[in-house]
Design a protein around this ligand. Structure first.
Ligand code: ATP
Length: 466
């Protein structure tokens, strides 16, 4: 069925709420813009994505270490990273494509005498007077927000800092800083040999001017990052390997390759050697889900300068001393979650009815299998179904007991949350040649198979459950 872009996204958002994937944050108080909560189904899908990411980036690697650093960090961290100083420019955002522009620079470019030291009010006046001449550099629209002196960091407070110097502490603007702060601890405790990597999943908070597109641009989100520490100048080949690995990981999630693309950054920050985005084709078009960055020795050098601690690495065999260069991957979990949902969402016809189905890989599905008695008022069916349920639940965990409504409605509901296998205990399970077999109904095809109860675990495992 062909659907309009907006309709597809609206249908996915509605499914997310109806079936317990995603809820608006603080909904009973009218909602909090840019914050979403993962419901019972959503948290399972999210955890499955995280598990597969961790497997690929820690367990499948020989030289990567996991980390989980504290969210609060010493205030110097965000000065060293450039976040405190770097986001305080007068900004306006294009309401059409989200591009932010430096208002002073845009005005200067059309010959207006403006600079960043002017008051916000003065800049706003100049900006308003000249709006009709200012076009978004990306999409060409003349649809800007008001001017704001804008810092993306979210301020918080902690006793030690606020009482002494009234110094704010910040929630993390990006999760990866915890890796740099612990680089020396990891070298000292794990004695890794360069090249080695550190992987971390962590929350990030940004005061986005206009959160939008559901999970795509939020104010609180989670990032899954790797930092690969390499010898100086040995970046090029390793960077290509990492790019390929990250691409392949999305393919293993089941995402259609035709919906993925790499996009190289045209304007690099001064220290960067190379930078690419991995983009997914959402219903609204291609957009970034992950950044892959070749960052030289910038991050560790900055923290060495600000902390006064020597962060060089000493090669135990050769005695060579250097600050490692870093290759970074930074993935937004909310955006990948949304990409997985968009990719899995289908409307098709089955048994003469239109149905909504999430064609998620079994590894990702919130519920791996649902177990039902054919009739819930037949104690012998219920008892046998309970037995099957208990055995599968023990094995896989993500197993649901489902005796609601009739079997057709059950299938539709399970299709909507992407359950790959619906298992029904019926009268044939109880007697005759078919004793101790159950019906397994396959989500994608509607095919019904007769499988021995003792073979169920192997049958499900044959679908590569991790
Ligand atoms: P954008 O240009 O879209 O604001 P970015 O280039 O600033 O993103 P990075 O700082 O490189 O993003 O962060 C790495 C990843 O974190 C992004 O690829 C994205 O998946 C995710 N991310 C960044 N900002 C947000 C946000 N506001 N909401 C959800 N995810 C985000």
């Amino acid at each position: 069925m062909v659907m309009e872009t907006k309709d597809t996204m609206d249908a996915i958002i509605s499914l997310c709420k109806r079936r317990g994937f995603i809820f608006q944050g603080s909904e009973i108080y009218g909602g909090l813009a840019g914050v979403y909560d993962f419901g019972p189904r959503g948290v399972e899908l999210l955890n499955n994505i995280k598990r597969l990411w961790w497997k690929a980036n820690v367990y499948d690697k020989e030289n990567y270490f996991g980390l989980d650093s504290g969210m609060f960090k010493h205030p110097r961290t965000w000065e060293a990273s450039g976040h405190v100083g770097g986001f305080s420019d007068p900004l306006a955002e294009c309401r059409t494509c989200n591009t932010r522009v430096r208002v002073d620079k845009e005005l200067a470019a059309i010959g207006i005498n403006a600079d960043e030291k002017m008051s916000e009010q003065k800049l706003n006046e100049l900006f308003d007077e000249n709006r009709d001449k200012l076009k978004c550099p990306k999409c060409g629209e003349k649809n800007f927000s008001q001017v704001r002196s804008f810092n993306l960091l979210v301020k918080s407070n902690l006793g030690d800092f606020t009482s002494e110097g009234n110094e704010p502490v910040y929630l993390p603007g990006e999760a990866c800083q915890g890796i740099y702060l612990n680089y020396k601890n990891i070298v000292n405790s794990m004695s890794p040999k360069v090249p080695f990597g550190v992987a971390q999943i962590g929350k990030a908070f940004r005061n986005e001017i206009s959160p939008r597109n559901f999970l795509f641009r939020t104010r609180e989100f989670e990032q899954a990052d790797t930092q690969y520490f390499i010898r100086p100048h040995e970046n090029k080949d390793a960077f290509e390997v990492i790019k390929k690995e990250r691409w392949n990981w999305y393919v293993t999630l089941g995402i259609q390759e035709s919906k993925l693309r790499f996009k190289q950054h045209e304007n690099l920050v001064f220290y960067a050697k190379d930078a690419w985005d991995i983009e997914y084709e959402f219903p609204s078009g291609f957009d970034e889900i992950e950044g892959v960055h070749d960052r030289s020795d910038y991050d560790l050098t900055q923290h060495q300068t600000f902390s006064g601690i020597d962060l060089s690495y000493i090669d135990q065999e050769t005695g060579e001393k250097y600050i490692p260069w870093i290759l970074e991957t930074s993935m937004g979990l909310g955006r990948v979650f949304l990409a997985v949902l968009c990719d899995a969402y289908h409307e098709d016809e089955m048994d003469g009815e239109t149905r909504v189905v999430l064609k998620l890989k079994p590894e990702l599905a919130p519920v791996l299998c649902a177990v039902s008695p054919l009739l819930k008022n037949k104690p012998e069916l219920v008892a046998k179904a309970r037995e099957v349920y208990a055995a599968l639940k023990k094995e896989f965990g993500r197993v649901m007991w489902d005796d609601n409504s009739n079997i057709g409605k059950r299938y539709r509901r399970q299709d909507e949350i992407g359950t790959p296998f619906c298992i029904t205990v019926d009268f044939e399970t109880l007697e005759g040649d078919t004793k101790d077999t159950v019906t397994v109904r396959m989500r994608d095809t509607g095919q019904q198979l007769r499988i021995k109860t003792n073979d169920l675990v192997d049958f499900i495992n044959s679908y590569e459950i991790l």
